[in-house]
Design a binder for this molecule. Structure first.
Ligand code: COA
Length: 191
């Protein structure tokens, strides 16, 4: 049967592939899988992003500026045309998401990295970002960029640990947006 026609419950190929990938990026948990999101995953993406965002950014962004939900179904539809979402599943449940957009020939942008509060500090965010970097490398990208909030000290520390450095800051109505970036290793055929 072609891969595209198999249901999730009978897809040993992607499980093997994902587990291989996760071992490669340093997270050896057989119950974890990262896969590209499909249109029918929209509800799960919205749930993870909005629940996580509310808990994390609701604490640091003043009420008058806090957008709730941060992402509507319509906005997600627009996002899906511009970027690729990845889901991290733990025991068949979607517990974290992240997206990659290709900005130009050389650079990619990491977007919407959200790990449900109950699943944070287990290496899942690291696994997702490394996965996006690997995809970026395979696409021949040289640089990854991202933006977060200056008040989100946990996120800045998280990205620092992954090798991202501060590029510049842009004022927003309640503080600053912080842009961070990282050079990706050159692939052998582009060296
Ligand atoms: C920021 C965020 C994505 C990080 O995801 P995470 O899964 O919690 O991150 P990790 O577990 O990979 O790494 C976080 C910490 O856990 C530690 N860690 C990493 N792997 C671990 C593991 N297997 N077991 C236990 N701890 C681990 C790391 O040392 C790291 O510590 P530090 O950053 O305090 O130095 C997550 O906290 C989140 O979704 N926050 C809310 C939304 C947000 O801020 N998104 C990013 C900006 S838009």
């Amino acid at each position: 049967m072609p891969r595209s026609l198999r249901s999730r419950n009978e897809t040993p190929w992607f499980k093997t592939h994902c587990v291989y990938r996760l071992v490669w990026i340093g997270l050896n948990e057989p119950s974890i899988c990262i896969e590209k999101a499909r249109p029918e995953d929209s509800q799960e993406i919205l749930r993870v992003i909005n629940e996580t965002n509310r808990e994390a950014f609701g604490r640091i962004i003043p009420k008058e500026h806090f957008k709730e939900p941060i992402l509507t179904r319509e906005e997600l539809c627009e996002c899906l045309e511009k970027m690729t979402f990845y889901l991290l599943r733990h025991e068949e449940q979607t517990v974290a998401v992240a997206a990659l957009s290709v900005e130009d020939e050389d650079s990619g942008r990491i977007r919407w990295v959200h790990v449900l509060p109950a699943y944070q500090n287990r290496g899942f965010g690291t696994a997702l970002v490394r996965h996006l970097e690997k995809v970026g490398e395979e696409l021949g990208l040289k640089k990854m960029k991202l933006v977060t909030d200056d008040g989100a000290k946990w996120a800045i520390r998280f990205y620092h640990r992954l090798g991202y450095t501060l590029a510049h800051s842009v004022p927003n109505p309640w503080g600053f947006d912080v842009w961070m970036e990282k050079q990706l290793p050159l692939q052998p055929d582009t060296k």
